[in-house]
Design a protein around this ligand. Structure first.
Ligand code: CA
Length: 411
């Protein structure tokens, strides 16, 4: 598509078996949802959320109205997920992130929960607009770890907030921003943001004005970096017109396929329940959870410390084993050298040495075993030179035979 104003692209990635991400690019609305957990329910969760939120793709009198519509749709999607789990217990624990943007002329309303991201690219600068609702982001915000530590933290994918069947009133971030022609909005799942640096994302947006080409390139960057996760990218260009229409709207990822779920008798179509308003039951959280208290956070931090300590101990034991191995090898080598004999000169006399001529650095590996009465000066020049250069023996008996031959020559 030439000169695309907006685009949505989703790819399963190189490791995952199915795509649990969903994306949408319409007339005014743009969404990314990253599903997770449950019994193969992640794809269902993101699809339900995106399909429900897509109903808000309309014109609004004001950005405040759009913001309210988004928030209401996300709450409704949360309720729909809970109802679906009530009807299909196998899907218990499924959840999804949602990052959505509704454009109203020179303003955008955004709504966000989870760790998908919305970025604004303006005048060559990329800014992350949303905050990740992750465990590590909370640790960073409270000053307990640095952003650098967060990037490699073992719990960096643990979410604090998602849509699902856990919380009847999930906390959703909403906001309104001004937008001007030339702005480019990027919505993506962590399949992009965790594997492609902000610098790299900015360079792709800088060099690729077309929204469809930029989306394709960003997904390609993630695939080139191995793309272990599903990756979904929505790019929205703001120009002089009032909308960033993709006509007809594009749905990608799991929301683009018929809703099915893995039941007791294989995959079957999922029928969405009409809202019945069941109370939310306490589900077993899968890859997301709601922390009950600060003590729980402290407990998690303590557990991370214990893990770090265990890693350090494992490492030290490894080093100790390597050193013990080296010491054992050296011991065996020294023992072996003491089975070797050679004939040489000591204090002007022919002597039998036990060990080998070479040493380890300054440490000699041989000593005089027997000194004989044979004066080196009584030997022929040829024999003397051979003794000074030392003569290897097969064993002690051989060394003694060599000495006897020399005694005969010396007379
Ligand atoms: Ca993901």
């Amino acid at each position: 598509m030439a000169n695309a104003k907006s685009a949505a692209v989703s790819n399963v990635g190189k490791i995952r078996a199915n795509n649990q991400d969903s994306g949408y690019a319409g007339r005014h609305l743009f969404v990314v949802a990253d599903g997770m957990g449950g019994h193969a329910g992640g794809d269902v969760a993101s699809a339900i959320a995106v399909q429900r939120i897509a109903e808000t793709d309309r014109e609004y009198p004001s950005a405040q109205d759009a913001e309210f519509a988004l928030q209401s749709a996300i709450i409704a999607a949360n309720q729909l997920l809970a109802e679906t789990v009530f009807e299909h217990q196998e899907l218990g624990g499924m959840g999804t992130t949602v990052s959505a943007l509704l454009r109203v002329g020179r303003e955008v309303a955004i709504a966000h929960i989870g760790d998908s991201r919305i970025y604004l690219f303006r005048e060559g600068e990329l800014s992350q607009i949303t905050n990740d609702h992750t465990f590590v982001q909370r640790l960073v915000d409270s000053g307990r770890i640095t952003a650098e530590e967060a990037a490699v933290h073992p719990r960096r994918s643990v979410l604090m907030r998602v849509l699902g069947d856990v919380d009847a009133a999930p906390e959703i971030d909403t906001d309104i921003f001004g937008t001007v022609p030339g702005d480019r909005w990027l919505i993506c799942s962590d399949g992009l943001s965790s594997y492609v640096s902000d610098d790299r994302i900015a360079r792709v947006l800088e060099s690729t004005p077309d929204a469809a080409e930029a989306s394709d390139l960003l997904v390609k960057e993630s695939l080139d970096n191995g793309a272990p996760d599903n990756v979904t990218v929505v790019v929205v260009n703001v120009d002089e017109s009032d909308d960033s229409a993709t006509d007809p709207p594009v749905t990608v990822g799991s929301a683009a396929t018929p809703l099915t779920f893995e039941g007791d008798h294989g995959r079957r179509p999922l029928r969405l329940p009409t809202l019945l308003l069941h109370p939310l039951k306490a589900a077993q959280p899968d890859s997301h959870f709601e922390p009950e208290s600060d003590e729980y956070l402290d407990e998690l931090i303590a557990e991370d410390r214990r893990r770090a300590l265990r890693r350090r101990i494992t490492w030290l034991v490894g080093i100790a084993l390597v050193l013990a191995g080296v010491a054992l090898a050296v011991t065996f080598f020294i023992q072996w050298t003491q089975t070797r004999f050679y004939v040489g000169e000591h204090d002007g006399h022919v002597a039998i040495f036990q060990g080998v001529q070479q040493g380890i650095g300054p440490i000699p590996l041989s000593s005089v075993y027997e000194e004989t009465e044979i004066d080196v000066d009584d030997l022929s020049t040829f024999s003397r030179e051979r003794i000074e250069a030392t003569i290897n023996a097969d064993d002690l008996a051989d060394a003694r035979a060599i000495v006897e031959r020399l005694a005969d020559v010396a007379g």
